[in-house]
Design a protein around this ligand. Structure first.
Ligand code: C5P
Length: 237
């Protein structure tokens, strides 16, 4: 089996580059986890820090959840392709045209074999049935909505979707196996769910067909982050 460590993105949800670099320095070079950079760190540390980490050999998933008119998203993708990140997120609810234009742009700016992977956000893992129906006005259950958006994203050329570990199996039913299911909302047994609603353990996510897991607080808030990360790797193995 492929090294299970290469299936976990560590969500570096920390306030600044100093803390991010400190956390990453716990691992030897070459053994560092794949990293996910979200709003908090990217807005504080900026593209220069991302470039520095890319030069240090890190795999970077930039979780910016783009959602705008097709042209604006495509221009953003152009800049991100130049920055050389490996994965980026786009909201599937932005529609087919927006995703297609993003795909076209990422392919046009691919650097040799290095092509920016586009992941579509289906429903956030903090969204539950009540919120879906009453606040967002989307009828049906979470499963239907996730499947519909995953199918749209697959048809528009996305590489995969972000969904909960509960939904990875349902996603594959409508998209086929080659389409990636990347799953946040991972909580090892006995860990607080925080603001997440649709949570699963690492083991459940993998058994449900998740290709990649995204894990933040269970590692970053642990007294020994490296040990906490290693125990996730062992659970997946
Ligand atoms: O700390 P925790 O493990 O809950 O972190 C999960 C990470 O995954 C966060 O950075 C969050 O922004 C991200 N995410 C999510 N649900 C989505 C997409 C991304 O929780 N649908």
């Amino acid at each position: 089996m492929e090294n299970p460590q290469n299936r976990i993105f560590l969500a570096l949800d920390v306030p600044d580059e100093k803390q991010a670099d400190h956390l990453l320095s716990l691992w030897d070079p070459g053994e560092r986890p794949l990293i996910k950079v979200g709003y908090q760190l990217f807005f504080a540390a900026g593209p220069q820090w991302v470039e520095k980490r890319k030069n240090a050999g890190d795999t970077i998933f930039l979780d910016l959840k783009l959602h705008d008119i097709p042209n604006t998203v495509a221009k953003g993708i152009e800049s991100l392709s130049r920055l050389g990140v490996d994965f980026v997120t786009i909201h599937a609810s932005g529609g087919r045209k927006m995703m297609e234009k993003a795909r076209e742009t990422a392919d046009k700016h691919a650097d040799g074999s290095r092509r920016l992977k586009l992941l579509a956000v289906t429903q956030l893992t903090s969204t539950d049935q009540k919120m879906l129906n009453q606040e967002l006005g989307i009828p049906g259950d979470v499963r239907e909505s996730v499947q519909k958006l995953a199918s749209l994203a697959c048809g528009a050329g996305m590489d995969g979707v972000i969904c909960s570990g509960l939904e990875a199996r349902w996603v594959k039913q409508v998209t086929g196996t080659g389409f990636l299911a990347v799953t946040p909302g991972i909580r090892p047994q006995g860990f607080s769910s925080d603001d997440q609603k649709r949570i699963v353990t690492p083991r459940e996510a993998v058994l449900n067909g998740a290709d990649y897991l995204v894990v933040g607080r269970p590692v970053t808030q642990a007294p020994d982050p490296k040990k906490a990360f290693q125990s996730l790797v062992e659970e997946i193995r």
